[in-house]
Design a protein around this ligand. Structure first.
Ligand code: SF4
Length: 250
């Protein structure tokens, strides 16, 4: 059992405990294709170097065209021009003797508000970003680490901003923060860590939440879904028979 948890680990646990077991407890190694991360990794690196005032012209000369174009578009957005408090900011949060860690793309200041920026070039913005672990933990971490970041804010002055490159345009989604969200995140973290560290069952969800998961053939979801289908079929058949019971007709 890990003694520290990344945001991805918490996301995996919330989606499927069985996948969490395979990935992080049994540590099944599953090769990933580096091509899937090439664009995002390249753009993030360029944005980080630019925030540190580096001369990027030699790098851009050799950069892949799609990386250079995506970087140029994000670099031209108003978000890349705001005063930077931190870029590629790594953090570790202590919760109930365990550590939660992550890395934030950029923290910027716009007027009286602090924005946590997350650049999205490949993967999309989560469907429900206000409930996503990434949003909640990053906000929680920045609020808790004000002294390290040399800022002093109320929760209402903190916003998580997804900046997404999609269809040749820059789109934004803003998620506000508040005292109640801070408290709820703390509670949810405590509950989740307690569940992860005490629950050894690693139960399967009712249906698979991840069509790209490599464990489909070994996790048992196929027989579970089949059993649910059969059960649903039997219930529907019984309902149909009850609805047209010939004894009731006569
Ligand atoms: S295939 Fe689906 S149900 Fe099975 S481990 Fe992966 S995510 Fe979980």
């Amino acid at each position: 059992m890990p003694e520290s948890f990344s945001v991805n680990q918490l996301k995996t646990w919330s989606k499927c405990q069985k996948k969490f077991e395979f990935d992080y407890v049994r540590k099944l190694a599953w090769p990933s294709n580096p091509q899937n991360f090439r664009l995002g990794k390249g753009v993030h690196q360029l944005l980080d170097y630019a925030s540190k005032g580096m001369d990027l012209s030699p790098i851009l000369q050799d950069a892949d065209r799609d990386i250079a174009t995506a970087w140029e578009m994000l670099q031209q957005s108003s978000w890349a021009k705001l005063p930077t408090i931190a870029s590629e900011w790594g953090f570790s949060l202590e919760v109930q003797g365990y550590w939660i860690y992550g890395r934030i793309d950029r923290i910027v200041q716009r007027d009286e508000t602090i924005h946590i920026l997350d650049w999205k070039t490949g993967t999309g913005i989560p469907r429900c970003p206000e409930a996503d672990w990434q949003t909640l933990i990053y906000q929680y971490a920045v609020y808790e680490a004000q002294r390290d970041l040399q800022i002093s804010i109320d929760p209402a002055q903190l916003v998580f901003t997804y900046v997404q490159l999609k269809g040749g345009a820059v789109q934004e989604v803003h998620i506000p923060f508040s005292h109640p969200i801070h408290e709820k995140t703390r509670q949810r973290l405590l509950q989740t860590i307690t569940a992860i560290t005490s629950d050894e069952a690693y139960t399967l969800p009712a249906t698979c939440p991840d069509k790209f998961c490599p464990y489909r053939k070994i996790c048992g979801i196929e027989s579970k879904e089949k059993a649910i289908d059969t059960q649903t079929g039997m219930i529907l058949e019984n309902m149909a028979q009850e609805a047209f019971d010939p004894l009731e007709v006569f």
